[in-house]
Design a protein around this ligand. Structure first.
Ligand code: G4P
Length: 523
C-alpha cells in the first residue's frame, strides 16, 4: 500500500452511532472538550440549553428536543485531526444518517450498559457493516446499575455477529464503579482522578482491591482472569476489516473512559480510506482533489438564503480559491469560501485534505451526491436514496403560488429534506419521505423560509420503486402501460408508484425484465 501523505495519515473521520438516550450527545461534548473545541464549565448542560447552543437553526428541533440537523465538528487531539460527523438522533431522519455514514472512515458505537444493543444501534450497525466500517465500542453509563460485562460482550457478538475484544474492564459497577483496569498493559484509571493511569502489578494488586467493596474483590479478580483468558485479544487487521470491535467501558457523563476511547481512535482508527467511484476507486493519497457532497444544510443564516454543501474530500488537497469541476453539469466552480466547522464556530479553510469535511456555501449549485474533481469525469457511489415509505400530495392554500411552490420543493428535494416525484400524467407533485417528521420539517420550512402555508393530502399510492431494465424498449412499454402510476424523480429517473405491496408484486411478476429497486445511489 502506498504511504499516505502526513496530513492525510493524521485524519480521523468518524461518526457516533447509538440508540437515542444511550449518551451520544454527552459523549460528543466530552470528545470536543478533549479537542479543546468547546469549553463547558462542569458537567454536561441540560438538554434544553444544549440544543440551543449546539444547533439552533430550526424551531422544530428546539420545540421537540431532537437533533434534526447533521453537522460536522472538527478538532485536534494527539496530533490527529478529528472530523466528527453528527447524525440526527431521530429515526425519521435516517436517510440523512445513512448519507453521513457514507462519508466516514470509522464509527464509535455507544451502548447503554443497562440496555445493551437496542433497535436503532443495530440498524445503524448494519449500515456500517455494508461498508465494512471499523467500529470502536463504548459501553456507557457504568456509573449506573448495569448488566454483566460478559453478558454485554456476548450480546454484541451474537446480535451483530461482530467479534469483541475488551480493552478495559470495569472495576465495580453502579454505585461501586471506581474505574477501569487496562487489559493490555497493567494499569488502572480511577474514576475520581483525572491523572494519568496508575501502573499496577496486575489484577491481584492491592491498589485495585482498595477501590472495591471487600466482598467484591475476589469475584472481580476471577472476572478479569476470565476476560484475559476467554476473550479475544485485539487484532488490528480484523478491526480495520470491520470484523472485530475493541470495547471500552466508561461513563460519558462523568467524563470517564473517554480519554481511553479518543486515544484509541487516534492510535487504531483508520486514516482516510479509498472511495469507490463509477469508473475506478480513488485512493486517499492521490494528488488531485476529489470529493462528494453528502449533506446540504440550508438557511443556517436566516438573513442570507445560503446553502452549505458539506463535501467529504476523498483525495488531494482542496485549497481556497481553487477551481473544481462539478461533474454532474460539467461546469467549473470556484471554491472561494470553503469552511471548517467547529462546535460553535466556523472558519475559512485555506486548505483541506482527504478525510476532511468542508462546507461550501452556494446558492443551489450543489446537490446531494454531487462529485467535485480537478477535471476527471468520475462520480462517487454510495450516497444512497431510499424508497420513501410515506407519499403525500401537497395542498397549497393559495393557488397563485404554484410556481413558487414548485421551485421551493425542488430546492428542498435537492437538499434531501424530502424526495420529489412529478407524475407523468401531469397531476400535482408528490413528496415522499422515509419518516413522518420529515413532513413536519418540510411544512415548517416552506412556511418559514418561503411564506408558503401547505397541507398534505393522501395519495392512492403507498409504495414507490425506481424502475430500470437492460431492455430499454421493455421499460418504455412498462411506462406506457402504467402511465398514471409513473413519476419522475429529481434526476428525471422514472419511479413506479403502487397502491399496495400486493399490486407491486403483481406487476413484478408480470414484468420480469423490469428491475424494481428500493435504493438508489445518487449519481
Ligand atoms: P443521546 O444523545 O444518545 O440521546 O443521549 P444523551 O447524551 O442526551 O444522554 C441521555 C441521558 O443520559 C441524559 O440524561 C444524560 O445526562 C444521560 N447520560 C449520558 N451519559 C451518561 C452516563 O455516563 N451516566 C449517567 N448516569 N447518565 C448519562 P437526561 O436526564 O435525559 O438529560 P439531561 O437533562 O441530563 O441532559
Amino acid at each position: 500500500m502506498t504511504k499516505l501523505p502526513a496530513p492525510v495519515a493524521r485524519r480521523r473521520t468518524f461518526a457516533i452511532i447509538s440508540h437515542p438516550d444511550a449518551g451520544k450527545t454527552t459523549l460528543t461534548e466530552k470528545l470536543l472538550l478533549f479537542g479543546g473545541a468547546i469549553q463547558l464549565a462542569g458537567e454536561v448542560k441540560s438538554k434544553k440549553n444544549r440544543m440551543q447552543t449546539r444547533s439552533d437553526w430550526m424551531g422544530i428541533e428546539r420545540e421537540r428536543g431532537i437533533s434534526v440537523v447533521t453537522s460536522v465538528m472538527t478538532f485536534e487531539y494527539a496530533d490527529c485531526v478529528f472530523n466528527l460527523l453528527d447524525t440526527p438522533g431521530h429515526e425519521d431522519f435516517s436517510e440523512d444518517t445513512y448519507r453521513t455514514l457514507s462519508a466516514v472512515d470509522s464509527a464509535v458505537m455507544v451502548i447503554d450498559a443497562a440496555k445493551g444493543i437496542e433497535a436503532r444501534t443495530r440498524k445503524l450497525f448494519e449500515v456500517c457493516r455494508l461498508r465494512d466500517i471499523p467500529i470502536v465500542t463504548f459501553v456507557n453509563k457504568l456509573d449506573r446499575e448495569s448488566r454483566d460485562p460478559f453478558d454485554l460482550l456476548d450480546e454484541i457478538e451474537k446480535t451483530l455477529a461482530l467479534d469483541t475484544a475488551p480493552m478495559t474492564w470495569p472495576i465495580g459497577r453502579g454505585r461501586s464503579f471506581a474505574g477501569t483496569y487496562d487489559l493490555r498493559r497493567p494499569q488502572v484509571r480511577r474514576l475520581d482522578s483525572d491523572a494519568a493511569p496508575i501502573p499496577v502489578s496486575g489484577p491481584q494488586d492491592e491498589a485495585i482491591a482498595a477501590l472495591l467493596p471487600a466482598e467484591e474483590v475476589s469475584a472481580w479478580r476471577d472476572e478479569v482472569a476470565l476476560a484475559q483468558e476467554a476473550c479475544r485479544p485485539f487484532d488490528l487487521a480484523s478491526f480495520r476489516e470491520g470484523h472485530l470491535t475493541p470495547v471500552f467501558f466508561g461513563s460519558a457523563l462523568r467524563n470517564f473512559g473517554v480519554r481511553d476511547l479518543i486515544d484509541a481512535m487516534a492510535e487504531l482508527a483508520p486514516p482516510p480510506r479509498a472511495q469507490a467511484a463509477d469508473a475506478r476507486t480513488v485512493e486517499a493519497h492521490e494528488e488531485r482533489m476529489t470529493g462528494f457532497v453528502f449533506k446540504i444544510q440550508a438557511n443556517m443564516d436566516p438573513n442570507h438564503r445560503d446553502r452549505i454543501a458539506f463535501i467529504r474530500v476523498c483525495s488531494g488537497r482542496l485549497t481556497r480559491g481553487m477551481k473544481a469541476k462539478l461533474v454532474r453539469t460539467g461546469k467549473p466552480m470556484s471554491l472561494n469560501t470553503p469552511q471548517f466547522f467547529f462546535a460553535r464556530d466556523r472558519a475559512l479553510a485555506d486548505e483541506a485534505f482527504a478525510g476532511d469535511v468542508v462546507g461550501l456555501p452556494n446558492h443551489g449549485t450543489l446537490r446531494i451526491g454531487d462529485t467535485l474533481t480537478e477535471g476527471e469525469d468520475i462520480v462517487f457511489r454510495g450516497v444512497p436514496s431510499f424508497a420513501p415509505e410515506i407519499l403525500r400530495r401537497i395542498k397549497l392554500q393559495d393557488a397563485m403560488k404554484a410556481k413558487k411552490l414548485r421551485e421551493s420543493l425542488q430546492q428542498m428535494a435537492e437538499e434531501g429534506v424530502v424526495q420529489l416525484f412529478l407524475p407523468h400524467d401531469g397531476s400535482g407533485a408528490i413528496v415522499g419521505v422515509v419518516g413522518a417528521l420529515q413532513l413536519d420539517v418540510l411544512a415548517e420550512r416552506l412556511q418559514a423560509e418561503y411564506g408558503l402555508p401547505v397541507a398534505y393530502e393522501p395519495t392512492r399510492f403507498s409504495v414507490c420503486r425506481w424502475i430500470a431494465s437492460d431492455d430499454r424498449l421493455e421499460r418504455d412499454r412498462f411506462v406506457d402501460a402504467n402511465l398514471s402510476a409513473i413519476a419522475a424523480d429529481l434526476d428525471g429517473d422514472p419511479v413506479f408508484l403502487a397502491s399496495t405491496a400486493f399490486s407491486l408484486k403483481y406487476e413484478q411478476d408480470r414484468w420480469p425484465a423490469i428491475r424494481f429497486t428500493d435504493v438508489k445511489d445518487y449519481q
